[in-house]
Design a protein around this ligand. Sequence first.
Ligand SMILES: Nc1ncnc2c1ncn2[C@@H]1O[C@H](COP(=O)(O)OP(=O)(O)OP(=O)(O)O)[C@@H](O)[C@H]1O
Ligand SMILES: [Mg+2]
Length: 339
Amino acid sequence: MSRTPKTQRTPRKAASAPSSGSTPVTSPLAAAALSAFVANDQLSLKLLETARRVAITGSIVLIHGESGTGKDLLASLIHYLGPRPQEPLVKIDCASLPHDLLESELFGFERGAFTGASQMKRGRFELAGNGTLVLDGVASLSLAMQAKLLRVIEDRTFDRLGGTKPVRVSARIIALSNVDLAAAVAARAFREDLFFRLNVVPLEVPPLRERTDDIGAIATNLLMQISDTHGRPQLRLAPDARAALSAYSFPGNVRELRNMLERAVVTLPASQSQITFDDLPRNVRNASAVPQSKQTLEELERDYIAEILDYTRGKKSKAADILGITRKTLLEKRKKYGL
Ligand SMILES: Nc1ncnc2c1ncn2[C@@H]1O[C@H](COP(=O)(O)OP(=O)(O)OP(=O)(O)O)[C@@H](O)[C@H]1O
Ligand SMILES: [Mg+2]
């Protein structure tokens, strides 16, 4: 687990992040999307910078990251920073729909295409128009659907179900996955040709535990939103709660942080204006109680005695007093530890 040092910095909203070589923020939609995406850790600032640069190109983007890391939020940001922020942003969750339904949702159908198709319906590709279509959970597409999607990406056209007149695709595609698609290709669960088509610009959203400098900044931002929604606008995070959150590993990433703050806000007594350590879930409190140090008891004792001897500038009686041991015991320990 890689941890960045926990320096307490002022939360920096994405909107104020440096943006060399990226779009100037002109539209209110882009400004709103940027201020919703909080980035304070170096990893996130770098990701944001890349996303801003990629957004203006209008090319296919593949976003990978664990569940709850912010893939949806990043996809929206790329759309709003892209060349056509006023055009539709349409999403579809490929993982939650069975093959037939997914096909008709994506491509639409003509009247009479199948029993029950009493009128023509446009699919998400059409609804996205000149905007963006976000394909969430692409790894769960069946091999047959993968073949169809590949054809659409290559030809930039498709037929509605039961249709014969090709419909042109002009929407940008952003694919999201919490599964490593390269590994899915190796396991023969995902077509390699489709992977290469989608993997034009891969963006990796790191887990929250790998960007610990984001935790405090995102928590502050989410708490502002949540406390406003629940009519408790002045709520703050106490320093002990902030420290405990920074030490926690967040297996559910930012979504877990949001849910935890929401629970704390709704259960907080009206007399309390701060969320404290005690208001956090037990697993967070327990995690921060686990000592981070890997020292043995002897190593800790040695270090502490050395520190006190340093502090008393070698005055043994005074050091023994502070340590709560006799002068004789102190001498024995100094000999044992070579101090
Ligand atoms: N950088 C961020 N700043 C502020 N809020 C964030 C950030 N990243 C994520 N969130 C919030 O965390 C929650 C989860 O984010 P999102 O839905 O984008 O995750 P996801 O990666 O798409 O998850 P899943 O794979 O489960 O669909 C949302 O409420 C989102 O607004
Ligand atoms: Mg999502």
